[in-house]
Design a protein around this ligand. Structure first.
Ligand code: 6PG
Length: 243
């Protein structure tokens, strides 16, 4: 029994619209239940399309985002005003257009030394995101992109064992093959503990690594995440990823 659901799309735009619609459904469910919705965002090209689609549909459906708390799956170690910042990307394409209040935004402070950034991030998490018995934050939903090498968040292939089995919720990455080199990332343990993880796999060059990640023996970062969870949704642009 596969522990993932792969949903195929012919274009990145179609994928983004469907993921946005499904996320808004989740937010409305939480609103109806009077619950907060704690989400962690990723960066990348598909995130841009996804954020834009979310704003468009969220406005049309008059969805309330008042109970949504925004965190990040990873952040580059740059100032929040830097063009490389995942926070800046979300701020411009999602948070500002939706007029999200500051108290709902919990960016990772990539510009700080990692130990201080982790301390701040864990303190913010602790006040909002429930933790499981192992002390892992249980985000309601984490969005991941997929890199051409199978990376998700800033978890890259070939990580040392302390990365793949570490129990801390955040990791410092200093040798990212995808620039910039220094990043902060949620750990495999934190991804495993989330209520839901949705992977938005779009763009040329992803076919081989996605196909590989779906095999039992794979050790790609995506494969590790899939094996660590009972269920993961994969929105795949199969128009470019000929599965
Ligand atoms: C980052 C992202 C990263 C991204 C993937 C996919 O900080 O770089 O979080 O994990 O999601 O590399 O990016 P694309 O959608 O641009 O291929």
């Amino acid at each position: 029994m596969a522990n993932y659901e792969l949903i195929p799309f012919s274009t990145a735009e179609e994928l983004s619209r469907a993921a946005a619609s499904a996320w808004l459904d989740e937010i409305e469910l939480a609103n109806r239940a009077g619950k907060t919705h704690c989400v962690a965002l990723s960066g990348g090209r598909i995130a841009q399309k996804f954020f834009t689609a979310t704003v468009e549909q969220g406005r049309a459906r008059t969805v309330s985002f008042a109970q949504v708390h925004f965190f990040w799956a990873d952040e580059r170690c740059v100032p929040p005003t830097d063009a490389e910042s995942n926070f800046k990307l979300a701020q411009e394409l999602l948070l500002a257009p939706l007029d999200i209040a500051d108290h709902q935004i919990h960016r990772l402070r990539g510009e700080w030394p990692s130990a201080e950034a982790f301390t701040a991030a864990i303190a913010e998490l602790a006040s909002i995101v429930p933790v499981n018995p192992a002390g892992q934050p249980m985000f309601d939903l984490i969005f991941l992109g997929l890199g051409e090498d199978g990376h998700v968040a800033s978890l890259f292939p070939g990580s040392p064992r302390e990365v793949t089995v570490g129990t801390a919720p955040f990791l410092a990455v200093n040798d990212s093959p995808k620039p910039p080199p220094s990043r902060i990332s949620l750990s495999y343990s934190a991804l495993a503990a989330a209520g839901q993880v949705w992977v938005l796999a779009a763009g040329a060059g992803k076919e081989k690594v996605l196909r590989e990640s779906l095999t039992d023996q794979s050790v790609t970062p995506l494969a590790r995440v899939l094996r660590s969870r009972r269920h993961t949704k994969i929105f795949a642009e199969t128009g470019k990823i000929n599965l």
